[in-house]
Every structure is written in C-alpha cells, then in structure tokens.
Ligand binder design. Sequence first.
Ligand code: FNR
Length: 182
Amino acid sequence: RQYRIAVMVGSLRKDSYNRKLATAIVKLAPSDFSFHQVQINDLPLYNQDDDENQAAPVRRMKAEIQAADGIMFVTPEYSRSIPGVLKNALDHGSRPYGRNVWAGKPAGILGVSPGSAGTAMAQQHLRNILACLDMPTQGQPEAFIQVREGLFDEAGEIGEASRPHLQNWMDHYVAWVKSHVE
Ligand code: FNR
C-alpha cells in the first residue's frame, strides 16, 4: 500500500526555508510514502457567503486533502502564530459546516525560523486549531528548528548534523500515519 501525504507549507516566499525543509525532509521517508505540496497561494480570502459556491482553487485543495492519508504542516511563525495564508487554507477546508475535509487526517508539524525559538509558539497555536478540526496530531518528537549553518547541505538536502533528529521525527510521523490508516 502507498501512503499519500499532503504537505501544507505556511510560506509563499520563493526562497522559503520552510518550503526547502518540506522538500528535503521527504527524502527521509520510506518508499511507501509519497508527498506533494498543496498549492494555497491562489485561494481567495475565506468568506462564509461563498460556502455553497466554493471557488475552483478551494475545491481543488479540498480534493487533494480528501485524497490524502495524512497531512504534514511545515510552517513559519509570524508574530508568534501561524501565517494568515495557512489559517486561510485551514478555514477553507473546514467548511461548509459538516463537511470538514481535515477531520480524522493524521497530522505532523514542523517549522523552521532564523529565531532561536524555532516556531515553537506558532506550532502550539497550530495544535489548537488542528484539535478543533478533529485532526489527530503527533505529539512527539517536536521539531523546533533554527536556521543554522549546516541545516541543509550544498545540494539542498538535510545536512548531516540535523539528520538524526529529523530522521527520528520522520520515523515517528510515518508510524503515526500508519496507526491511523487501515
Ligand atoms: C516573521 N518572522 C518571525 N520569526 C519568528 O521566529 N517568530 C515570529 O514571531 C516572527 N514573526 C514574523 C512576522 C512576519 C510578518 C514575518 C514576515 C516574519 C521571521 C520569519 O521566521 C522569517 O521571515 C522566516 O524566514 C519565514 O519563513 P520562510 O518564509 O523562510 O519559510
């Protein structure tokens, strides 16, 4: 069986560290796991008036979430919370009422920041949101990652010093997803 993981990156920045991390870390997953980054940069701002007539990009995103066995969040911290673009995507997927596409999808959270707290506050805020969306979210290991020399190697892969920690994260995430999917 192949496990399909939808990856939600909370940054739209071209040279985003979080996107780079999201791209590199999937190489630490086993071959029965496949990952794809979900496009969120063309979602309109959420407006409840549109619930019964959701825009095409919203329907596309929701179909991708529905088809996924698990969700991996890789997000920056903005003002000690998650970026609005990610919250916007989460809100879209949660509606219309009673048709929340996130429900039951096992989730894992990662984040990287130049700051020493390594997105810890954003991750705790995200956990609150995911609880409300009924997503079973991996508790440990946590990954509060600081941008440091050697986080990535010259090829853009996870650097040697960071690999044991991130491999451990991925091993637990893989087990977490499998434990929630038949
Ligand atoms: C930030 N940044 C930031 N960093 C952090 O550790 N805690 C924070 O609360 C904030 N707040 C914040 C707000 C806004 C509006 C911006 C633009 C930035 C810095 C942030 O971590 C840095 O820009 C990262 O490079 C963003 O992640 P990406 O885009 O590289 O993935």
